[in-house]
Design a protein around this ligand. Structure first.
Ligand SMILES: Nc1ncnc2c1ncn2[C@@H]1O[C@H](COP(=O)(O)OP(=O)(O)O)[C@@H](O)[C@H]1O
Ligand SMILES: [Mg+2]
Length: 253
């Protein structure tokens, strides 16, 4: 309880209000709301196909919402110029579902890619090689710098993808199913890494997962996306003890 109160005294870094998104007659988001506070890990759970990825894609501008507002660090993103939006985007790291590394590029080239795109933010006398090696060292993979993605295991690919997200030193990190498709031990390693990164850089994270163990370990707060809305918000403790049948369904193994 006191932990939650502490979080609520902090600044909101990201806020979604009344978000609607349909594809034809498929109403995916029906008035979704969410707040992310500075330094917290907010876990979002929802059934497969419930609109979690659609929501996160609206956040980063990959999908245009039908209506609603999205505010990132006090900026309404629907009202920003392209240039302002690009600058803001450099502060938001997005770890896609799967790893989405470029298969034809080495690990080094994969990490250099976002640096080139966001030159402005990273230009101040920062050496590309140093940034690449620092990001890889953070995920324990400095030795893979010259390898191709096909030479890496699934867990290593996920860590390289995380390093690529970290290289721009984002203030907010959005994780879409960071542990999906990994064996339990590798999944746990990724979770520990996410926690280390949060501590080291005091990032605010939004973590989409269907992994209840991941949610228990990493969440400061949780949000359940059900029927296109923010159906329930609370600590893992509160939600896992709920008597609501829709909420209970998430916690039975
Ligand atoms: N680009 C798209 N065009 C049409 N329908 C889409 C598109 N992206 C997602 N959908 C639909 O939106 C719904 C939610 O998908 P998604 O957000 O990917 O679910 P999940 O919660 O598993 O991440 C699904 O019914 C999916 O088919
Ligand atoms: Mg998804």
């Amino acid at each position: 309880m006191s932990e939650i109160t502490n979080i609520l005294n902090k600044n909101i870094v990201l806020e979604i209000k009344d978000l609607y998104k349909s594809f034809g007659d498929n109403d995916v988001l029906n008035g979704f709301n969410m707040k992310l506070y500075q330094g917290e890990n907010l876990v979002i759970m929802g059934k497969s196909g419930s609109g979690k990825s659609v929501m996160i894609k609206c956040l980063v501008g990959l999908i245009e919402a039908d209506s609603g507002s999205i505010t990132v660090m006090q900026n309404d993103i629907t009202k920003l110029t392209q240039e302002a939006l690009d600058i803001l985007r450099a502060d938001i790291g997005f770890l896609f579902q799967g790893s989405a590394l470029y298969d034809s590029m080495t690990v080094r080239e994969n990490l250099e890619f976002p640096l080139r795109r966001h030159k402005k933010k990273m230009s101040v006398n920062l050496n590309t090689e140093d940034l690449v090696m620092e990001a890889l060292t953070n995920v324990g993979l400095a030795h893979t710098v010259d390898l191709m993605p096909s030479e890496l295991s699934g867990g290593m690919k996920r860590r390289v993808a995380l390093a690529r997200t970290l290289i721009l030193q984002p203030k907010i990190i959005l994780y879409d199913e960071p542990t999906s498709g990994l064996d339990p031990i590798t999944a746990k390693e990724i979770i520990i890494l996410m926690q280390d990164i949060q501590k080291k850089y005091n990032t605010s994270s939004l973590i989409i997962t269907h992994d209840v163990d991941c949610a228990r370990v990493i969440s400061d707060r949780m949000l359940l996306l059900i029927d296109g809305i923010d159906y329930a918000v609370g600590s893992y403790e509160e939600l896992s003890n709920s008597e609501d049948s829709k909420i209970k369904a998430f916690f039975k193994h």
